[in-house]
Design a protein around this ligand. Structure first.
Ligand SMILES: Nc1nc2c(c(=O)[nH]1)N[C@H]1C(S)=C(S)[C@@H](COP(=O)(O)OP(=O)(O)OC[C@H]3O[C@@H](n4cnc5c(=O)[nH]c(N)nc54)[C@H](O)[C@@H]3O)O[C@H]1N2
Ligand SMILES: Nc1nc2c(c(=O)[nH]1)N[C@H]1C(S)=C(S)[C@@H](COP(=O)(O)OP(=O)(O)OC[C@H]3O[C@@H](n4cnc5c(=O)[nH]c(N)nc54)[C@H](O)[C@@H]3O)O[C@H]1N2
Ligand SMILES: [Mo]
Length: 722
């Protein structure tokens, strides 16, 4: 799914065994809980297997025809009354793991012409999109890591030992490969307020103050530019804006920056000099940087360090992988018009509005008020800020449609539950991500088990809805007639493949594919390699020509980023409010995938719950010992959970894993909802955002912690396994 090759043994249409595909030349040594447990989701006892319509407090199964007709007519009525923006959408993380889902969801949204699009990017990777657009000219131009040649890694806000080396790039086994480099002399620097599994293995761990990466990275840029350690050639020819950067760092003071980020000045200077001097080096920035109000400028300065020290397109640095398919070109063609949101007045980022804006867009009366929502592969009540507010808003909708495998927390008010196919039940070619692999790679994802007969792929739902609503797919007049014609031909000839669908486009994408090592990939060749094909060694030299800026240069100093830094420099360093002295951090768990694996049997053996990790000294001050029940509260909400005392977090920081506290309902069996752990995002307010990426500062909230009671003998278990 994240493009990792799996070997699946199937008998009588049931998965018997899943293991890493040893014959997959790209990903054979990477295998995670998502792959290992895939069959449990396929056979989930609470899986939705037919469309279900809400009747009072329960659900009844219906035919697809009934579902599509009802949804289409209700949506059309809402559009007639309040305009296309009254239909809202939210698409979550797994939508990006299916090309056909993304493509046809957009085709449908363009068909109805709605601007009420909300996406997971605003709780995840928007900062990277904004930086890539400003510096490289395309939101999708994401450099990949050349791990195997790197001598000096600066890993900022990422815990690859647990989460893997991926965020708009996939480097299978990335962390293990970095550790191999380390054994051969490379240095690993981890910047993280928490002493994570990755930080433990690092040569240098910089326990930065949360949200202050920008100050640390700016200090490194300053040391490099002030001391003349930059790559002169790239600063003059590859990039524009270096003089502006020099002016910016002249206004900053190293002691001030060191105070802001909480890292000693000597240490910063040492890391900056070693980074600049290393043969191959890279800065990598991820969600730990982005999920703060300063996320975009933190992300930006990571890229700046790579650019000014000559790391772009050089061994051991960050490369551009052109892949077999030019996703940047397609993205430029398919780019949606920017839109300003009705209530908050903010412009879309990467084609969608911030999830944080959704509740007010639903509850604020006026033309364009969101009255219907379609949630595709998402659990926004749990993954975004102030879930309680969103839950309340979702309850007020005239129509809530969900496409998912099971009914989770965000789906509790759904009027329609539509059954999706699991990725083991569908064919897919992930052409859009071909430039995100760290080597040129192609694999056709083949279906391994037959889905429940009534489960459908998302694209089918979007096509059927557009046809039933009589609104042209892709917003192209005549497209629906064309689709109907191909369907008729397919029915007459009994050749289902003749009906228009994503498989038409997959073939087209391969026909259009770029030559790699002088050869063009063919469909036949791809299909003859079911384990995937590495299309040649990673190539350098594609970065400059792939740039989509008007002058084909890297824009190292976009004015809006400079302005934001000046704003931060002129403000005092943020301090905790008196009643909420702790900053709330997050971590990922080896056995979780955001909110969607926690309930599976066999995972989290030592306890299906999250707890709150409190620094040893802070716990002593509060009189809290391991296993105590504590209340964690903010102005937005509160949760009650067990304490785990640990030396990992910085003082003044408490950590609660996200993704928990999401009920799993039983619309078919009518059983009680199952629930594990608490939703820590109930503590995060939805008002503050990173102004540049509109990302919610999920890791910046201030909270108070209060001991409620001592552990009963049964509760004082160690913290959940990682
Ligand atoms: N505090 C805090 N909050 C965070 C984060 C954090 O680090 N800290 N991380 C953020 C990040 S990085 C992300 S990506 C988001 C995730 O946010 P979301 O994408 O909104 O949430 P997920 O938990 O990934 O839920 C995905 C849903 O898709 C369903 N699903 C899985 N496969 C399919 C499929 O093939 N088809 C359909 N139709 N449905 C499917 C699952 O059952 C599940 O209900 O959370 C964010 N929230
Ligand atoms: N097992 C597992 N793997 C996953 C996922 C999962 O849920 N489970 N989710 C997948 C997804 S959707 C994504 S986007 C990726 C994310 O991959 P990563 O970005 O590597 O995610 P995390 O492991 O949460 O690491 C983020 C780190 O940032 C730190 N951090 C918090 N605040 C700050 C700060 O202000 N500055 C710095 N420097 N660090 C900070 C946190 O302590 C944490 O260790 O992982 C993917 N892989
Ligand atoms: Mo993510």
């Amino acid at each position: 799914m994240s493009s990792c090759g799996l070997e699946v043994t199937v008998q009588d249409n049931r998965v018997r065994k899943i293991s890493a595909d040893k014959l997959n030349p790209h990903s054979w040594n990477d295998f995670c809980a998502k792959g290992r447990t895939a069959n449990q989701l396929v056979e989930h006892p609470r899986r939705i297997v037919r469309p279900m319509r809400r009747v009072g407090e329960s659900y009844v199964e219906e035919d697809w025809d009934v579902a599509i007709r009802d949804i289409a007519s209700r949506m059309n009525a809402l559009i007639n009354a309040g305009g296309p923006d009254s239909i809202g959408t939210y698409y979550g993380n797994p939508s990006g793991h299916s090309s056909s889902n993304v493509m046809f969801m957009n085709a449908w949204m363009d068909a109805i012409g709605t601007n009420s699009r909300f996406a997971v990017g605003s709780v995840d990777q928007n900062a990277l999109h904004v930086v890539a657009e400003a510096m490289y000219g395309s939101a999708l131009m994401v450099p990949v890591s050349d791990i195997d040649n790197c001598d000096y890694f600066v890993l900022v806000g990422t815990n690859p030992a647990v989460s893997g080396w991926n965020w708009l790039e996939t480097a299978p086994g990335g962390w293990r490969r970095a550790l191999t480099r380390q054994q051969n002399g490379a240095t690993i620097v981890v910047v993280d307020p928490v002493c994570t599994e990755s930080a433990e293995k690092a040569d240098v761990h910089l326990a930065v103050r949360p949200g202050q990466d920008w100050a640390l990275l700016l200090a490194m840029v300053k040391v490099i530019l002030d001391e003349g350690r930059q790559h002169r050639g790239d600063c003059a020819e590859l990039a524009t804006g270096v003089p502006e950067l020099e002016r910016l760092v002249a206004e900053a003071d190293l002691d001030d920056l060191s105070g802001r980020c909480g890292i000693d000045r000597d240490l910063i200077e040492g890391v900056a000099r070693d980074f600049a001097a290393a043969d191959g080096a890279m800065v990598v920035t991820r969600t730990g940087v982005s999920q703060h109000a300063t996320g975009t400028v933190g992300e930006w300065l990571g890229h700046v360090l790579n650019v000014i020290t000559g790391r772009m397109d050089r061994p051991g640095g960050r490369r551009f992988e052109p892949g077999y398919f030019d996703a940047l070109k397609l993205a430029a063609l398919a780019k949606t018009k920017p839109h300003v949101s009705r209530v908050a007045g903010r412009e879309t980022v990467a084609g969608a509005h911030a999830l944080a804006e959704l509740p007010d867009e639903i509850t604020t009366v006026g033309h364009g008020q969101v009255r219907a929502m379609l949630i595709n592969c998402g659990n926004p009540v749990v993954s975004g800020p102030d879930g309680a507010k969103l839950d309340k808003a979702l309850a007020q909708l005239d129509l809530l449609v969900v496409i998912d495998l099971v009914q989770r927390e965000s789906h509790r008010h759904a009027h329609w539950l539509l059954p999706a196919r699991h990725w083991l039940e569908r064919d897919d070619l992930l052409a859009f991500t071909s430039n995100m692999h760290d080597e040129p790679f192609v694999q056709y994802g083949a279906k391994v088990v037959e889905p429940p007969p009534e489960a459908r792929q998302e694209w089918e739902v979007f096509v059927d809805l557009a046809l039933a609503m009589r609104r042209p797919l892709f917003g192209v007049k005549g497209f629906n007639t064309f689709v109907r014609t191909t369907r008729r031909v397919a029915a007459l000839t009994r050749r289902p493949a003749l009906a228009f669908g994503p498989h038409w486009l997959d073939r087209l994408f391969i026909r259009m594919s770029r030559k790699i090592n002088g050869r063009r990939l063919t469909w036949r060749e791809m299909m003859a390699h079911p384990h995937g094909m590495v299309l040649g060694p990673p190539e350098f030299g594609h970065f400059k020509s792939a740039l989509r800026t008007d002058d084909k240069r890297v824009h190292a100093a976009p004015p809006e980023f400079l302005a934001r830094i000046r704003e931060l420099l002129s403000a005092p360093a943020p301090a905790a409010p008196e009643d909420y002295p702790f900053q709330l951090g997050n971590r990922r768990n080896r056995h979780s995938m955001n909110s969607w694996l926690n309930e599976l049997p066999g995972l989290h053996r030592s306890g299906k719950r999250n707890d709150v990790l409190i620094n040893t000294h802070d716990a002593a001050d509060l009189g809290i010992v391991e296993g105590d029940l504590v209340r964690v509260f903010s102005p937005t909400g509160e949760v009650v959970l067990a304490a785990s005392v640990s030396a990992r977090p910085r003082r003044g920081m408490v950590i609660i894993d996200h993704g928990w506290g999401s009920r799993i309902f039983d619309p078919r069996g009518g059983g009680q909802p199952e629930s594990f752990g608490v939703n820590r995002n109930l503590l995060v307010d939805g008002q503050s955002l990173d102004p540049l990426s509109q990302t919610s500062p999920l890791s910046s909230s201030y909270v108070g912690v209060q001991r409620l009671e001592a552990p009963s003998s049964g509760r004082a278990k160690p913290s959940p396994d990682r």
